[in-house]
Design a protein around this ligand. Structure first.
Ligand SMILES: Nc1ncnc2c1ncn2[C@@H]1O[C@H](COP(=O)(O)OP(=O)(O)OP(=O)(O)O)[C@@H](O)[C@H]1O
Length: 361
């Protein structure tokens, strides 16, 4: 069984437990010989945004379908706001489903209904009177920036506007949890940013707990507090987003993150020798407080002429600096590389010798 993934911070155990919106314990779901979920344990706390990433087929959709009661696990426990949903019949699932809003990649709006009718639909199903549900729909359209579109039909909206309607509809019944299933995957980068900003605003304003399922690291990077990486039905890595980006441990995480972190340029990587050359090429990873000092200026003062910068940069994730650089250290002084390694390690940097280069100009 995986350990329970949680971010209780400074809260006491009791406070953290009371603020749990979602709790999964050793959830298993098999399809024939395929383990779509193979022992998922997870806790998500009120107001948290959790990103769940993984490759195609990793089990993300099965997980989300288990959370909204569309799929039943073979074994394990799933609680929403402290109530078990495993084993409930359709009738008893209905009120719990209203506690879980959902947004989709292709919006899933009803084309024959106006924007306000789409937003009000969950309330109509719940038996809320027309005047009240339209009032709520208008409040929500205001919240998502579509106040003037109430009477329009979905066909006249852009993709970003359709997703805003989807978000308003998902919030209609005042859910405790919003599930987002690849909600920005069909949108262009600018629209994606505006939808992510809206989700973050709603999270802050309403204290809404959000679980985002995505294969896009950028989505996780820009709005999630925590990330869980799922592979072959198991959580293989989890943590605060900045810390997982700074030091991805599982090979699948490293692979998913490769496009989001500086990599040694291919033409240099291709010509590295594992044993000898004029320069040693080092990768340097620093994050949090370790990335805040003037490391390279200090290295230059302590060991003049000891390196040249090859590639890299500093990113800021959740207000934390996350730095990754590649430097070249001349090998004519055989002791220099070790002095540089020692200096950087003393500054809490992770340093790796990637190989040796002879052909730089
Ligand atoms: N109804 C089903 N019948 C048979 N196999 C299924 C079913 N649903 C999912 N699977 C299998 O379970 C595994 C996990 O699928 P799932 O759809 O949860 O992955 P995913 O991470 O959401 O993938 P994608 O990103 O491509 O949607 C896959 O091997 C898939 O083929």
């Amino acid at each position: 069984m995986n350990s329970i993934v949680s971010a209780s911070g400074a809260a006491t155990k009791t406070e953290a437990a009371s603020a749990e919106v979602v709790r999964l314990v050793d959830v298993q779901r098999h399809f024939g010989a395929t383990a779509a979920l193979d022992g998922i344990s997870l806790a998500v706390h009120k107001g948290e945004i959790l990103g769940i990433i993984g490759r195609s087929g990793a089990g993300k959709s099965t997980l989300i379908r288990c959370l909204n009661g569309l799929e039943r696990p073979d074994s394990g426990e799933i609680e929403i706001e402290g109530r078990s949903i495993v084993g409930l019949d359709e009738k008893d699932l209905q009120p719990l489903r209203r506690r879980v809003g959902m947004i989709f990649q292709h919006f899933n709006l009803l084309s024959s209904k106006t924007v306000e009718e789409n937003v009000a639909l969950p309330l109509k199903i719940a038996g809320v009177a027309r005047a009240e549900r339209l009032k709520r729909a208008h409040e929500l359209l205001d919240l998502v920036g579509l106040a003037g579109k109430a009477k329009d039909y979905p066909s006249s909206l852009s993709g970003g506007q359709k997703q805003r309607v989807g978000i308003a509809r998902a919030l209609a019944a005042r859910p405790a949890l919003l599930l987002s299933d690849e909600a920005t995957s069909a949108l262009d980068p600018e629209t994606t940013r505006s939808i992510l900003t809206l989700l973050k605003d709603i999270n802050r304003k309403l204290g809404l707990t959000i679980i985002l399922i995505t294969h896009e690291m950028e989505v996780v990077r820009s709005i999630a507090d925590r990330v869980a990486v799922i592979d072959a039905g198991r959580i293989v890595e989890e943590g605060q987003v900045w810390s997982v980006f700074a030091d991805p441990k599982a090979p699948i995480t490293q692979s998913l993150l490769s496009g989001s972190r500086p990599q040694l340029p291919e033409h240099i990587a291709a010509r590295l020798s594992p044993t000898s050359g004029d320069e040693a090429i080092l990768s340097i990873d620093m994050a949090g407080p370790a990335a805040q000092g003037a490391v390279f200026a200090d290295l230059s003062s302590a060991l003049p002429g000891s390196f040249r910068l090859v590639h890299g940069g500093i990113d800021h994730i959740q207000n934390q600096p996350v730095a990754r650089f590649f430097i070249a250290v001349p090998t004519r002084d055989p002791a220099l590389k070790d002095k540089v390694l020692q200096f950087l390690k003393a500054r809490s940097a992770r340093v790796e010798v990637l190989g040796y280069d002879t052909d730089h100009v």
